[in-house]
Design a protein around this ligand. Structure first.
Ligand SMILES: CC(C)(COP(=O)(O)OP(=O)(O)OC[C@H]1O[C@@H](n2cnc3c(N)ncnc32)[C@H](O)[C@@H]1OP(=O)(O)O)[C@@H](O)C(=O)NCCC(=O)NCCS
Length: 251
């Protein structure tokens, strides 16, 4: 047990640059006090003294501002920095070397029963004021940004931020904010030919109208093979007939 306490104190010193001495850690870290109280409460919970365990967890909350349900499972070297306003639900499972900051909620969505609180795998960090809700898993080594509300699984070694939490870093790599749909990219060559074909068609029609041309002009086609029907081309002026039969008689 002493070894465990030493390990807890070492974890605080490693993760908080403000932790200068063992005495200071023993006195000034409510996260540590809440963790030690939880170990007693969890033992009571597992040994059928559930009423007493709940009561003592509330006493701990009055003293530290940290509410840990005695049913929660917590691994080694757990560290809650500052602590005030932290809530950890009954079916939460926390791995080793996990860090929480103040105002974090590991709670339920209110829609699930049974295992309804999150699982945080080893080495997860949850930033100040965040909520991780529901029976979801935050993968090993992942971070939840300050102020996030995470309601879906976070893969290992990732970073989730925002409301609702979205993964912005996955396996150490930035996740592109813009999803490039390569099939939708414009083809500049086709676009240029389409534009040229339209202009030629317009000019031919203007010529036919101005000069009274009566030859068969035929329907030009776009490079992709689709016909440039008069419906597909904006009309500038009424198009005269291009057939010889309907051409006006020459003087
Ligand atoms: C999320 C965090 C851990 C940084 O993780 P990271 O993997 O290094 O991520 P990055 O800093 O590379 O940021 C990735 C993107 O998320 C954004 N981001 C970072 N933290 C964010 C947050 N809390 N909320 C919203 N967006 C955030 C960044 O601006 C960046 O966006 P961009 O790609 O458009 O530039 C950190 O920003 C954080 O929130 N830490 C909490 C610390 C804390 O609670 N301290 C309390 C001390 S009392």
């Amino acid at each position: 047990m002493l070894a465990r306490i030493r390990e807890d104190i070492r974890a605080v010193k490693e993760r908080d640059p403000a932790a200068t001495s063992t005495l200071s850690v023993l006195i000034n870290y409510p996260g540590l006090h809440a963790l030690w109280a939880h170990r007693v409460n969890h033992w009571l919970w597992r040994h059928g003294r559930r009423g007493l365990a709940r009561y003592l967890s509330q006493v701990t909350r009055w003293l530290t501002g940290i509410e840990i349900h005695p049913g929660a499972t917590i691994g080694a070297r757990f560290f809650i920095d500052h602590g005030m306003g932290v809530v950890i639900g009954e079916t939460t499972v926390i791995g080793d070397d996990v860090t929480l900051y103040q105002g974090v909620t590991l709670g339920g969505t209110g829609k699930e029963t049974g295992k309804r609180h999150p699982t945080l795998e080893d080495c997860v960090v949850v930033g100040v004021g965040s909520a991780v809700l529901g029976n979801i898993t935050v993968g090993r080594g992942s971070k939840v940004g300050a102020g996030a509300v995470v309601i879906e699984d976070v893969p290992p070694n990732s970073t989730a931020v925002g409301i609702p939490g979205r993964v912005v870093v996955r396996a150490g790599e930035r996740v592109e904010a813009i999803d490039l749909h390569h099939e939708d990219l414009p083809d500049p060559v086709v676009e240029m030919f389409t534009s040229l074909t339209r202009r030629i068609d317009r000019l031919e029609r203007r010529l036919a109208r101005d000069e009274g041309l009566s030859e068969e002009l035929g329907e030009p086609t776009f490079p992709n093979g689709s016909p440039t029907t008069s419906e597909s081309i904006p009309e500038e002026a009424p198009r005269p007939s291009t057939s010889r039969k309907n051409a006006p008689a020459a003087d």
